[in-house]
Design a protein around this ligand. Sequence first.
Ligand SMILES: [Zn+2]
Length: 437
Amino acid sequence: MIKIKKHLSLKPLVAAFKKIIGRSHQDDRRKNSVDYNVVDTVLSVLACMFYKAGSLLRYQRMLEKKIHRNNLKTQFGVDTIPSDNQIRSIIASTTPEQYAPIFKHCHNALQRAKYLKKFSFLNKYLVAIDATQYFESNTIHCSACLTQTMRNGTISYSHKALQPIICHPDQKQILPMMPEPIENTDGQTKQDCEINAAKRLMPKLRDQHSQLKFIWLADSLYATAPFIQEILDQGEDYIFRVKQGDHPSLFKHLKTANYNSHRTVSDKHTIAYRWYENVPLNNSTNISTTVIEAFAIKNHKDGSKSSTRIGVWITNLDVNHYTIVPITAAARARWKVENQCFNALKNYGYELGHNWGHVNGESFIFYIIIMLAFYFHQIFELTDQLYQLCRKICVTYKELWDDLLGLFKLMVFSSWEAMLLYCIKHNGCDPPQIIYE
Ligand SMILES: [Zn+2]
């Protein structure tokens, strides 16, 4: 017997997506008096990203022609399958703001089902922010592209996004939040950059998640007086990485400062922690901070030891013998945005770096829809026992999605769950009984 969370299975997630896009688009439609089905198009693109296959629509058209049913309708609620040549311009007619409430909806659904709690850290939430470049070309470009003139005179065009995620050192999954584009706007003379994007993003996140208490995790780039002051003024916390090159006076201070220490010992290695209190951030502000330094100490067979510095971070959290280990683990969880998020999106079939559309600013909308498809997968990995069983039976992630895509293309199922049950049976296992709760 397998229990499926009623609010967190594909059908309600897609229904919420459809409702939010439909509602926000109604106003838009009145303004533009356009007559095409934006909602069907956006849902069809979501399905392509969900199954990581651009060719998916062609097969659904064939199924519709042959048996008058298709999976885009049964799983994604698409009434009319859009034609390929309409998709980019229709996607470009939507705005990033239309998608922000979908991230919030997923967040609330996880909270209601008590999954968000698993991510709680010191009664707050760790939000890691990092930028990624998802498009680059020397020839293809649009007005929103970031440009960089290379040494040989060629111009490199790119798109970047600043991605926030909720993470936790003990949780394998991550929860994406609404991203912010790093891009140029009309009439702008200076290139947009990560820091400016962060200045736009952080107030939006506070607005969207007013109940959430943030602990910001970020790179050395953010470890500056204005950022830290803003976070402290908001009553929030931070754990930022610091680097010698960016913070010379802080590192100089550590050489002679007193510190507290702690160590954890396991069979394989020892981790040594040091923390320094009231360290001036730099010479030009009066902000002082706590610096954490962690080292991995390896015991060699010949009895000798070697030590490698794992990292150096600054924080305003209360560091002591009880909190040093979890706070350092939280600092290191920042890597999840790179490892679990960007790496998956670029290397596990999501094709984040593909040129999905590049004329009227649709590039970032495709990025958002990919991120939402990825979010749905993270929710299933976290909450859906049927999906988890199916994944276990298929052994690898690639085999699972190859199987599911094959089934989606060639047969029609009444629901996502019906397809997973078939997949389990098809792989030689007894399909379990399911109940919705
Ligand atoms: Zn562009």
